[in-house]
Write a protein that binds this ligand. Sequence first.
Ligand code: KPL
Length: 298
Amino acid sequence: MRILVFGAGSLGTLVGGLLSPIHDVTLVGRDPHVSQVEARGLDIVGAHSAYATPRATTAETGHTADLAVLTVKSFDTESAADALAQCDIGCVLSLQNGLTEERLAGRLDVPVLAGTATYGARLVESARVECTGIGRVVLGALDGGTDPLAERVGKAFRDANVNTLVATDMPRRRWEKLAVNAGINAVTALARVENGALGSGDASTIAHRAARETARVARLEGVRLPNRVAREAIDRVIDKTAANRSSMLQDIEGRKRTEVDFINGAVVEYAANYDLAVPTNALLAGLLRAWERGVGLR
Ligand code: KPL
């Protein structure tokens, strides 16, 4: 399969590298990383180790591919969609944080699949990515149900030994992932701790509150996500990714803009439609935005 991985950050680079031995993969990202991948290949180290040779480029338009896997930060979704609209692409799979798929579907004429990825990844340096935990890619139709396209993409991932599940309940899974990110990302970033530190104590209580509020908003949106299920999901991810530094913590450490507007900020916005107070998410979003303002990122 010809696969364009749009967004050669840590997760995109890892996924592109894992897919490349048996698929025709092109990574689209920034220099110096992509030039070095193109020139000398990609080292994958850590929980999964391999040497991979995907193509890599900074050119965002003019590509032809059966599938575009979108791994850009959620605030770059619109500009990525506009670039993809100038490519010849069969379908798009989003593996982004936040509920970005509707925004993509609104801008693109090709089918958009929903996805989540719990592989841990860290870009150690240009052309070297560490797999910090073998997770799972879950993908499926945006509105749920069976979808032959999702089956085909799932098979392409599994053929490359990427741990993948094709699911028929993506609406619930997307909100569950949002609840997990709402609980883990902001708290680990503000407390500057690894995910495992949320296993107990005050930080754990705050993370669980944020996840519970998110589950409540999901139910108002018509998605069956009981508090217990959200709680089990966040506990599972904390346990499985204990040694991970969350993407938001990595952003803060790199003094980069975070995805808070599309995680805790999104929960606050959805909740406002129902006059529902979500104080923990509002507080976390406020603190992250204050940090971004303080370092000149907004
Ligand atoms: O998605 C993640 C992230 O860091 O953005 C989790 C699942 C929290 C893993 O770190």
